[in-house]
Design a protein around this ligand. Structure first.
Ligand SMILES: Cc1ncc(COP(=O)(O)O)c(C=O)c1O
Length: 344
């Protein structure tokens, strides 16, 4: 079976974990976590990085650290992983949905009207693609509201040479097991704003400081995860290159197959996390590929119906096998089976 996505842990992670377990490490977040945070901040070029238990809690902390709370309206794309809107609800705020642009499946910036009553924009850079981030920044600045980047799927992808996640007042990544690098579960917040960094760091650790306080939650990381994350970060540059090569191979080999379409993808900037195609019949193709030992995933359903591009993507999208360790022969095999399905 070629699965749609599997994590990739190698000897380096095993050795590092072995060495760590033989030391008197604290297991919970400590020096290894700080080292992992520094590696992320250095890679993406941000001043601060705070790791947390998941991409979902990273989004939640980002919202609260930006002062978003009870009853505030937050603009969210109708096509995204449910945690984007879930984090908004968790913060007590209200997701206000807007359609995505057909060309990149990210929030359609043209739908944001000046004077609109929203307190933050949650911009999801889906699968490493993005809209014009300078325009996104300009809109948020004009509305005097924070831009929060849900870059859960975009670590290693860029716009205009700059890492996605760094255009917002705050950006969030996920390290769940299907992501380009993983710590099993995990997430990170990056920001250049010392106040946001301070609040997020404070909030994720019971909110404790010298003040009297009654509310505290625990979204701390562990050094166990950080040991794996540090090794995974060393592999990120290679994986970014490989993801681009994989996408290119799929695109070249499926170019002549009727009905299979690819989204426009600038591979100098985007490192597609998942290989995505649009087809007339994703359910049937998925079922056929399954009989041939090939795993796929259907696109997300829209968070609510009634958005043309979100509906179209959900009705036509399929994610093909995308593990970084797939070799060219396996990609060719998948493409041959798809070609056979549409042409024989
Ligand atoms: C766009 C997006 N946002 C948020 C999340 C949530 O991240 P996590 O699974 O780490 O909580 C994901 C995870 O897949 C995602 O793809």
């Amino acid at each position: 079976m070629i699965e749609q996505m599997q994590p990739w842990i190698g000897e380096e992670e095993r050795w590092a974990m072995d060495a760590y377990l033989s030391s008197d490490g604290r297991l919970t977040e400590h020096t290894k976590t700080a080292e992992f945070e520094n590696a992320i901040a250095d890679y993406v070029g941000s001043k601060y990085c705070i790791v947390t238990t998941s991409g979902t809690t990273a989004l939640y902390l980002a919202l609260v650290a930006c002062g978003i709370g009870c009853g505030d309206k937050v603009l969210v794309p109708a096509f995204t992983q449910t945690a984007t809107a879930g984090a908004v609800e968790l913060a007590g705020a209200r997701p206000v949905l807007a359609d995505v642009a057909a060309e990149n499946l990210c929030l359609d910036l043209a739908t944001i009207k000046i004077g609109v009553n929203i307190r933050a924009i949650m911009l999801v850079t889906l699968n490493g693609r993005s809209p014009d981030m300078a325009i996104a920044r300009e809109i948020a600045d004009r509305l005097h509201i924070p831009l929060i980047e849900d870059a859960a799927q975009s670590l290693g992808s860029r716009w205009n040479g700059q890492c996605l996640g760094t255009f917002g007042n705050v950006g969030c990544y996920s390290f769940s097991s299907p992501k380009v690098i993983t710590t099993g579960q995990g997430g990170a917040i990056i920001t250049d704003d010392p106040d946001i960094a301070d609040r997020a760091r404070h909030l994720k650790a019971f909110g404790t400081d010298d003040r009297d306080q009654w509310f505290g939650v625990n979204f701390k990381f562990t050094d166990l995860q950080a040991v794996i994350g540090i090794e995974q970060m060393k592999k990120l540059a290679w994986r970014v290159t490989r993801k681009r090569e994989m996408f290119l191979r799929y695109r070249e080999q499926l170019a002549d197959v009727p009905g299979v379409e690819f989204l426009h993808t600038d591979l100098t900037q985007t490192a597609p996390w998942f290989i995505d195609i649009l087809v007339p019949d994703p359910d049937d193709l998925r079922a056929y590929l399954h009989t041939q030992g090939i795993g796929t995933r259907l696109f997300y359903q829209p968070l609510r119906r009634g958005f043309a591009n979100a509906n179209y993507a959900a009705a036509h999208g399929l994610w093909l096998p995308s593990s970084s360790f797939l070799d060219d022969r396996q990609i060719e095999q998948v493409c041959d089976v798809i070609r056979g399905y549409y042409t024989l």
